[in-house]
Design a protein around this ligand. Structure first.
Ligand SMILES: Nc1nc2c(ncn2[C@@H]2O[C@H](COP(=O)(O)OP(=O)(O)O)[C@@H](O)[C@H]2O)c(=O)[nH]1
Ligand SMILES: [Mg+2]
Length: 316
């Protein structure tokens, strides 16, 4: 199973990880999250083993029922004979989202199931760091051979959208009767949704919310119009249809997904790299550009271009 390019420096347990051993997988995740000494060897070991899993992101406002829905979705995936990795990402709080999800998974008995691996991603540092580490952890799960990777992100702001955007298939979850939900969904989240899901279908206002979201979805161009589904996570109603819809979208992306993912990774890495380089530019250089701007010698755009040039030239 060992990747031939992994080289002798890869630790022995890497084979266990790539064969799907859960303890070795946890170990790999911890090392990559912390950018430990063995990280480069692990990254190398993953080469050629990525892009096999389908990833599904669930995002939406707190309380919409994402964790409950993910739990039911995991059960449905298990019925379909697939192994599942679940990653809970909470940009605002280091524990709550993941802990709640972990409890729920444990409560309903997935924890005794070797086909389900759950991990929460601690929030630390800036958000770019969080989405970067989410990508890395997803790669770890992918390399371990899990069939489906589920990403649950808490909240519905721009930052959560960014994290959810990492997934191949994006499900935006809303709950009935919450005006704020719809506001949040309007604020850009609709653009990334492959599926809009109204949860709490047992709620009297759920049909109204479905209609509302359908009319919003209809404002999108016909080829980018997400289906609006209804489910009741607590009973599992509608979850099979959701899994079918996810499969259909996932299948249609199978060819383009690795390239799309690569494009996203490159773009994100470029933004990170630029930021790091900008942080290291000499104060005196920035001062000189500021002078040139105030005297009218340079336009803002010209000064910015010069600054980028300095930043990128500094080290190679
Ligand atoms: N009535 C009803 N309640 C639900 C449903 N799904 C989730 N809930 C409840 O909504 C609350 C929030 O659920 P949770 O999964 O933690 O939401 P999250 O914050 O989006 O992850 C919990 O009390 C759930 O039991 C549903 O389909 N119907
Ligand atoms: Mg949750």
């Amino acid at each position: 199973m060992r990747n031939a390019e992994a080289g002798p420096e890869a630790p022995a347990w890497v084979d266990d990880w790539l064969a799907g051993d859960r303890r070795a997988l946890s170990r790999a995740i911890t090392i990559l999250e912390n950018e430990g000494r063995e990280s480069p060897a692990l990254v190398k070991a993953m080469q050629g083993l990525l892009g096999r899993a389908m990833s599904v992101g669930f995002t939406g406002p707190p309380g919409a029922g994402k964790s409950t829905l993910v739990n039911a979705f995991v059960a449905e995936q298990r019925r379909r004979g697939r192994t599942v990795g679940v990653l809970a990402v909470d940009p605002s709080s280091p524990v709550s989202g993941g802990a709640i999800l972990g409890d729920r998974i444990r409560m309903t008995g997935h924890s005794g199931d070797d086909g389900v691996f759950v991990r929460s991603l601690a929030s630390r540092g800036h958000l770019g760091g969080l989405s970067r580490s989410a990508v890395r952890v997803m790669d770890c799960l992918d390399a371990a051979g899990l069939d489906i990777i589920i990403l649950e992100t808490v909240g519905a702001g721009q930052s959560e959208v960014e994290i959810a955007d990492i997934a191949d298939v994006k499900v935006v979850v809303a709950a009935p009767g919450l005006g704020d939900d719809v506001q949040a969904i309007k604020a850009g989240i609709l653009e990334i949704a492959d599926i809009l899901l109204v949860n709490k279908g047992d709620h009297p206002l759920s049909s109204q919310t479905v209609r509302h979201l359908k009319s919003m979805a209809n404002m999108r161009p016909a080829d980018a119009r997400p289906p609006v589904l209804k489910a009741t996570a607590v009973t599992g109603q509608g979850v099979e249809a959701l899994a079918d819809a996810v499969d259909e979208i996932g299948r249609s992306r199978r060819v383009s997904a690795p390239l799309a993912r690569a494009r996203r990774l490159i773009r994100r890495a470029a933004v990170d790299l630029t930021q790091r380089r900008l942080d290291r530019v000499d104060d005196a250089d920035i001062e000189a550009l500021a002078q040139a701007l105030t005297t009218g010698e340079k336009s803002v755009e010209a000064a910015a271009a010069d600054l980028l040039g300095l930043a990128m030239r500094e080290t190679t």
